[in-house]
Ligand binder design. Structure first.
Ligand SMILES: Cc1cc2nc3c(=O)[nH]c(=O)nc-3n(C[C@H](O)[C@H](O)[C@H](O)COP(=O)(O)OP(=O)(O)OC[C@H]3O[C@@H](n4cnc5c(N)ncnc54)[C@H](O)[C@@H]3O)c2cc1C
Length: 309
C-alpha cells in the first residue's frame, strides 16, 4: 500500500492534519494505536477551547473529532501501533506492529506524549491498585475517600478540581512552594479548605499498602520532616515525556527527547513533519496541537507538490 502521507496519531494534532491534508486532495493513511482523541480522553473537561463557553467534556470533544474523521470518505485508517519509520523523502516505509508496512512520500508524527512516572518504590506494582495517572478513568472508584494528587501544573490542578466533586479529601503534594498551573485553578482549589489540603515544598517519598494503596509518606524538602497520610489513591501528574523510539535515530530532538521542528513543522529529516505535544515547544494544549496539525498538513502538501514537479 502506498500513499502521499502517513499520519501517526489521532489526537488533536493528527485529526486536524488528516482533515486538512485529505481536503487538499492528498491520499492519507491515518494510524492510531488506541482510539480517536489522544490525551483529551483523560481530560474531564476543557474550559479553554474556543467555541465552548461552558466547557466541553474530553470524551465529547473526542467523539466530535471521530465524527469529523468519519466524514472523510477518502481517508484510510488503521488501528495499529507504528513501530518503525525508515527511508527518505518520497520513499518512506512505516512499519506497523502487526508486521504490515505502508509506503508513504511524507510522514506526519503526531504521537503526543505519555505521562511521566513519579519514580518511587512500588509505583508500578500499585498502579491500578490505588496509583493512577487518569482521574477521569479511576476517580469514581474513590468516591467519598481520602486521596492524594501529586504535581503542580495545569493537569494536576485541573484534575484535582474534577476529583474534588467526587472524593472526601484531597492531599495536594507539590515539590515547589508555588504552582505553575493557571491562577484560576489555584484560586478555586484554595477556596475549598475543608476539602483540599496543600503540602507545598513536599514530595511523595513512599507508598504503603499490601495489595492496594493505603497511604503515602510525604517529605517536606525544606525541613526534611516526614508525615504518613492515609489515602486510598494517588493521582500522579508530574509531567509528560515523548515516545520517539520508533523514529530514525538521526531525527533531531531536544535534550528532553521532544522533536525539534521549524515553524512549518518540518523536522531535520526532509519529508518528516511533527505536530502537537511530541514537538519541542512551550505550550502543550489542544488548540496548539490542532494549530500544529494544520500547519504540518499544509507544509506536507507543499512538499508533495515540490516532489511531483
Ligand atoms: C489530564 C489532562 C488534562 C488536560 N487538560 C487540557 C485542557 O484543559 N485544555 C487543553 O487545551 N489541553 C489539555 N490537556 C493537553 C492536551 O490534551 C494535549 O496537549 C493534546 O491532547 C495534545 O494533542 P496531540 O495530538 O499532540 O497528542 P495526544 O493527544 O497525546 O495524541 C497522540 C495520539 O497518538 C497515538 N500514538 C502514540 N504513539 C503511537 C504509535 N507509535 N502508533 C500509533 N499511534 C500512536 C496515541 O495513542 C494518541 O491517541 C490535558 C492533558 C491531560 C493529560
Amino acid at each position: 500500500m502506498s500513499v502521499d502521507s502517513v499520519i501517526i496519531g489521532e489526537g488533536p494534532a493528527g485529526v486536524t492534519a488528516a482533515l486538512y491534508l485529505t481536503r487538499s486532495g492528498a491520499s492519507v493513511h491515518l494510524v492510531e494505536q488506541m482510539t480517536t482523541g489522544g490525551q483529551i480522553l483523560q481530560t474531564a473537561a476543557l474550559e479553554n477551547y474556543p467555541g465552548y463557553p461552558k466547557g466541553i467534556k474530553g470524551y465529547e470533544l473526542a467523539d466530535l473529532f471521530a465524527a469529523h474523521l468519519e466524514g472523510l470518505d477518502s481517508l484510510e485508517r488503521s488501528t495499529q501501533t507504528v513501530v518503525g519509520v525508515s527511508g527518505k523523502a518520497g520513499a518512506f516505509t512505516v512499519t506497523l506492529k502487526n508486521g504490515k508496512t505502508i509506503d508513504a512520500k511524507t510522514v506526519l508524527v503526531c504521537t503526543g506524549a505519555k505521562h511521566r512516572m513519579l519514580g518511587v518504590d512500588r509505583e508500578k506494582e500499585l498502579t491500578g491498585h490505588g496509583v493512577s495517572y487518569c482521574a477521569l478513568c479511576d476517580g469514581n472508584f474513590f468516591r467519598g475517600k481520602s486521596i492524594a494528587v501529586v504535581g503542580g501544573g495545569n493537569a494536576a490542578l485541573e484534575e484535582s478540581l474534577y476529583l474534588a466533586n467526587i472524593v472526601d479529601t484531597i492531599h495536594l503534594v507539590h515539590r515547589r512552594n508555588e504552582f505553575r498551573a493557571r491562577k484560576v485553578y489555584q484560586d478555586r482549589l484554595k477556596a475549598m479548605p475543608e476539602k483540599v489540603i496543600f503540602h507545598l515544598d513536599s514530595c511523595v517519598e513512599a507508598l504503603h499498602g499490601k495489595e492496594n494503596l493505603e497511604g503515602i509518606t510525604v517529605r517536606n524538602i525544606k525541613t526534611s520532616a516526614t508525615q504518613d497520610i492515609a489515602v486510598e489513591a494517588l493521582f500522579v501528574y508530574v509531567g509528560f515525556e515523548p515516545v520517539t523510539s520508533f523514529l530514525p535515530q538521526e531525527l533531531e530532538r531536544d535534550p528532553a527527547g521532544f522533536i525539534i521542528t521549524d515553524v512549518e513543522m518540518r523536522t531535520s529529516i526532509p519529508g518528516i513533519f511533527a505536530a502537537g505535544d511530541i514537538r519541542s515547544k512551550l505550550c502543550r494544549q489542544v488548540i496548539t496541537a490542532a494549530g500544529d496539525g494544520a500547519t504540518a498538513a499544509q507544509a506536507a502538501f507543499v512538499f508533495l507538490e515540490q516532489l511531483h514537479e
